[in-house]
Design a binder for this molecule. Structure first.
Ligand code: 3PG
Length: 211
């Protein structure tokens, strides 16, 4: 199974901002025990890169990727640390081209049809719709997505309360979100709470997808 297929199977991608890289392995364990064996570790914190490396080296059951990647240098750094996929909040064609040249799945952020066209014409297979809820939610996504041969990963404003509606739309490959493991939950080492959040998300996934 390639990385895109793995993400589609997992269906919900925990988006992580982590301050202490030594929390990365217990976090990956909590996510995996909760049924979401995946983490998009953002480069928003200084610990992001080392957190990716800790998971990639020590917790191989968890598919680890990098988020908030704005530059080619960051993409290279994340990949060197072990990131299996690269997510960006917006569309940077240099990052997209670099990832394609290096055979790494890139998920650029897109909002407009023009951005989606550019992403598609430069080899994207999937785009992150960010910030999904603020730009009109599923209603907006449905009105643009039907014309593009792309998969979509809505992120931004997604939680247990609206996850089901997003996942039932067939062009949604997966949803991303921070609600599963918020920064303070990680800092307070609330691993059981994170595991329970994942389990509740998995129940929603199972309701709307055949597994
Ligand atoms: C992201 O980094 O992808 C978004 O900030 C996540 O948005 P959320 O906090 O609303 O889930």
């Amino acid at each position: 199974m390639n990385i895109l297929e793995q993400l589609e199977k997992i269906a919900v991608i925990p988006v992580i901002a982590i301050e202490d890289a030594s929390d990365a392995v217990p976090l990956a364990s909590a996510l995996t025990k909760g049924g979401l064996a995946c983490a998009e570790i953002t480069f928003r914190t200084k610990a992001g890169r080392d957190a990716i490396k800790n998971i990639a080296d020590n917790y191989k059951d968890c598919l680890v990727g990098a988020g908030t990647i704005l530059t080619v240098d960051q993409a290279r750094d994340a990949h060197d640390a072990g990131a299996k996929f690269i997510v960006s909040p917006g569309l940077n064609l240099d990052v997209l081209k670099w990832c394609n040249e290096n055979n790494i799945l890139h998920i650029p952020g897109c909002v407009t049809p023009t951005e989606m066209t550019l992403a598609f014409n430069n080899g994207a297979k999937i785009v992150k719709i960010f910030p999904a809820e603020s730009i009109g939610g599923l209603k907006y996504i449905k009105s643009v997505a039907s014309v593009f041969p792309l998969k979509f990963m809505p992120t931004g404003g997604i939680s247990e309360s609206n996850l089901e509606e997003y996942l039932t739309y067939e062009k949604v490959c997966a949803c991303g979100g921070t609600w599963l493991a918020k920064k303070d939950m990680i800092a307070n080492k609330e691993w059981d709470k994170i595991e329970d959040n994942c389990k509740r998300a998995v129940n929603i996934i199972n309701k709307c997808r055949k597994v």
